[in-house]
Write a protein that binds this ligand. Structure first.
Ligand code: ADP
Ligand code: MG
Length: 756
């Protein structure tokens, strides 16, 4: 358009909303800095939420600061000077701030004189802001080193917005503090957000929450919330705004989950009614134990759903050792009896192999269908893993495709395009937390009609998390473990206490002498190497200055196995090893030798974490337990005490007393309630990690919502969303809600792809 022709904006983009205005027009010089923080348009600025609010009218009492703590101080600049280190010539800015009575020194170290000058220019006396940093002692006086500064007014070169902001500050309005960057002060973001908010009219922002729902829940319109969030007059304003936006996050997510659920339910499934006198009845007759009340009622629930031509979509949560496998197996047999096939998807090869072995053992000759000597109504169990040999792989594929195998067990290999089924009627996903929604869908797509779906989680999760992460599934809970278990006693063993550590190994000997088996779990395989997929996902503990002792390297499988083989207390006892770098035959053999008692001590990585079931195992020793997560420890502990003999769990930890790692380990030692531990975990770790396993609840989509705290809100949003979707399954009447969902999906997809 360099020929002099000019178009009016409104012609180029007839429907252009004020929200689409590029940020460069609102803040020409700062445009790139805004874009670097992900804000391209006015709308992006509005959705860049303040991190917190400061009260500019109340200066913080500086004399009350505690050395070592992180302090946030509202104060005024008194004096700022540049000093130069005599030896290095490095400049630093020394700033004195005041609360009107006392003063506090802040020191900023810089590399260049020019940086120091620029910093100094922003610190003109009288300027008020929030200073955040760790209080340290320097030459006997408290000071802040390189604190973060959030000015209440705009910088000295932003004269236009300056005056207005200062008026707000002086009126005592709460000051929003935004996530900022070195190039973009919080005050600048605040000034731009204010301009955007003030230019908006009612029709400019489309509200994803329908009016009638807002009315019923007593929530204000979106525009009002955005105003109150960015330009609050009193604390109540931003609190109300946050509540409303939190509801919105929950509602948009729940609407998508309800829509997925409705879509899946609309696909016809094949009904798989119970066939009397079939495999299931034969299996039940042979069960060596009676089902628990929970297993029976959940079993009935599932059986009834399988009989319908609407696909089951069920999540089975179960405490460790509650007997989920039997429940799943009975569901699979019902489907096989009705002429269909079932696929069981496990997260590791060890677990897939074990499931196949258990199923074959429990079924006995019922699993030898078509073979000489097999029961007349028998079926077959095929095992498909990535590392299986070519011949057995071909055989398994043929059995799956031809329908000879009623049950196909496998790892991710089941997802591959080569795998086909004659008539897949049920998909069981064991230990769900290792699978994403998309993988579930891939398996489902292998069936002609929609298969029934049963997802089992090994880790109990609080109800609100289940609603958020698995909101498209109905939930069943198995909370009792079969009677006759004698329980597990857990202890924390300080790694630096030689007497206790020696006692640990003697205890292992005692367990073995009594006919038990002991797992010894390490965080690493050898020297400097971690066990890929099995690696502990917990961040290293950050130590405060006080206990900055260098950490010992993590104990490794190879080294610990050597040590135990040389230990007098364990003389004559076979020690095996198991880790993710062994071939699947080696792994199988290691587990078999352990189960048979040939090597009653098994040193391993967390490959034994989920699902491994050796009833004779009575002792679990976890080395470097402080490096493991709560649910991981709980899972590990669940490997013992599965038979009639009581179990013991010894958590060897080198966490400093009082550190969060120490709290974690102690919490596990003190409670055996998986749900309570999951709640503790969520609180301690924050949600990011916990929700991180799913595409939902990715950091960018859930910004204000906290599943730990906002349970009620999530329940309300779910009820509202389901009601709405029942009336209008594709949300045709709600374009604003649909586009909010699109944003959520795009964000989640990006993040999920980033992670994988
Ligand atoms: P999880 O729920 O942790 O996956 P499993 O399905 O592996 O638990 O079951 C744990 C152990 O309990 C298995 O050895 C299983 O055979 C046994 N088991 C399951 N149900 C019962 C029951 N009703 N009574 C006694 N033992 C049971
Ligand atoms: Mg299991």
């Amino acid at each position: 358009m360099s020929d002099g022709l000019r178009y009016d904006d409104s012609v180029l983009a007839p429907s252009s909303s004020p929200l689409d205005r590029p940020v460069g027009r609102l803040a020409p010089r700062a445009g790139p800095a805004f874009e670097a923080l992900g804000m391209r348009t006015a709308g992006d600025v509005l959705r860049h939420y303040p991190r917190r609010y400061a009260d500019p009218s109340t200066l913080t009492d500086i004399s009350g600061l505690v050395v070592g703590e992180i302090a946030s101080v509202v104060a005024e600049v008194r004096r700022a000077t540049i000093r130069v280190a005599r030896q290095t010539g490095a400049p630093r800015v020394e700033l004195e701030i005041t609360d009107g009575t006392s003063t506090l020194r802040c020191t900023f170290f810089t590399k260049r004189q020019r940086m120091a000058q620029a910093m100094l220019a922003s610190m003109r006396p009288g300027r008020r802001g929030l200073f955040t940093g760790k209080v340290s002692l320097f030459q006997g006086t408290a000071q802040l080193t390189n604190p973060r500064r959030d000015w209440f007014d705009s910088g000295p070169d932003d004269d236009d917005e300056d005056a207005e902001a200062r008026v707000a500050a002086e009126a005592g309005w709460p000051t929003p503090i935004y996530p900022a960057s070195a190039k973009l002060e919080s005050a600048k973001i605040r000034a731009v957000a204010r301009v955007v908010v003030e230019q908006l009219h009612d029709g400019d922002v489309a509200d994803p929450v329908p009016d009638e729902i807002r009315a019923a829940r007593g929530l204000g319109p979106l525009l009002e919330a955005l105003r109150d969030l960015h330009v609050p007059r009193v604390e109540q304003d931003w609190r109300r705004a946050r509540h409303r936006l939190r509801y919105e996050e929950a509602f948009v997510l729940q609407a998508e989950l309800a829509r997925r659920r409705a879509r899946a339910a609309a696909e016809p499934a094949t009904a798989r009614p119970r066939v009397p006198g079939g495999l299931l009845d034969a299996f039940d007759a042979r069960l060596p134990f009676t089902l628990t009340a929970g297993q029976r009622s959940v079993g009935d629930e599932i059986a009834a759903e399988l009989e319908r031509s609407v696909p089951m979509q069920r999540l089975l949560q179960g405490e460790v050792g509650s007997g989920k496998t039997v429940v799943a197996l009975r569901a699979m047999l019902q489907v096989v009896d009705a002429g269909g096939q079932a696929a069981l998807l496990a997260p590791t090869e060890v677990l897939a192999a074990q499931h196949a072995r258990t199923l074959r053992a429990m079924l006995g000759d019922l699993a030898e269908g078509g073979l000489l000597g097999g029961a007349e109504l028998g079926t077959r169990v095929a095992l498909l893993t990535g590392s299986a040999g070519a011949a057995s792989r071909r055989a398994a594929l043929a059995e799956a495709a031809g329908g000879g195998a009623g049950i196909v067990v496998g790892t991710h290999a089941l997802l591959s395009a080569h795998v086909q089924f004659a008539d897949l009627g049920l998909v069981v996903v064991d230990e769900q937390h290792k699978f994403g929604v998309e993988q579930r869908d891939t398996l489902r797509a292998k069936a002609a009609a929609a298969p029934h779906l049963l997802v089992m989680t090994a880790t109990p999760i609080p109800r609100t998390v289940a609603m958020t992460v698995f909101g498209d599934l109905e939930t069943s809970v198995l909370d009792e473990v079969p009677a006759g278990r004698s329980g597990i006693t857990s202890f924390v063993v300080p790694a630096d206490n030689d007497v206790w550590v020696a006692r640990t190994w003697r205890r292992v000997r005692e367990e073995v002498d009594r006919g038990g088996r002991a797992y010894v779990v390490c965080a690493r395989i050898d020297g400097d190497d971690a066990d890929g997929a099995d690696l502990v996902a917990v961040e290293p503990v950050t130590l405060g200055d006080a206990d900055a002792t260098p950490r010992r390297p993590l104990r490794a499988v190879s080294e610990v196995a050597e040590e135990l083989r040389g230990l007098a207390d364990l003389r004559g006892i076979g020690v095996g090893v198991l880790h993710g770098r062994m071939s699947s035959e080696e792994k199988e053999r290691a587990l078999a030798d352990f189960a048979s008692g040939a090597t009653p001590v098994l040193v391993s990585t967390t490959v034994v974490e989920v699902g491994v079931d050796v009833p004779e195992a009575t002792a679990m020793v976890v080395l470097d337990a402080d490096r493991f997560g709560v649910s991981q420890l709980h899972q590990l502990r669940g490997r013992v005490g599965r038979g009639s003999a009581p179990g013991v769990c010894l958590l060897v930890s080198s966490a400093p007393p009082g550190s969060s790692a120490d709290e974690r380990v102690r919490a596990v030692a003190q409670s055996s309630d998986g749900f309570a531990l999951a709640a503790f975990d969520l609180e301690q770790r924050g949600e990011g990690d916990v929700l991180g396993a799913s595409q939902w609840g990715a950091a960018s989509s859930l910004r204000l919502l906290r599943v730990t705290r906002d349970g009620t809100l999530i329940e309300q949003a779910r009820t509202d969303a389901r009601t709405l979707v029942e009336r209008d399954p594709e949300l045709e009447a709600w374009p604003a809600l649909r586009s909010a969902i699109d944003v959520l999906l795009a964000d989640s997809r990006d993040e999920f792809l980033d992670r994988s």
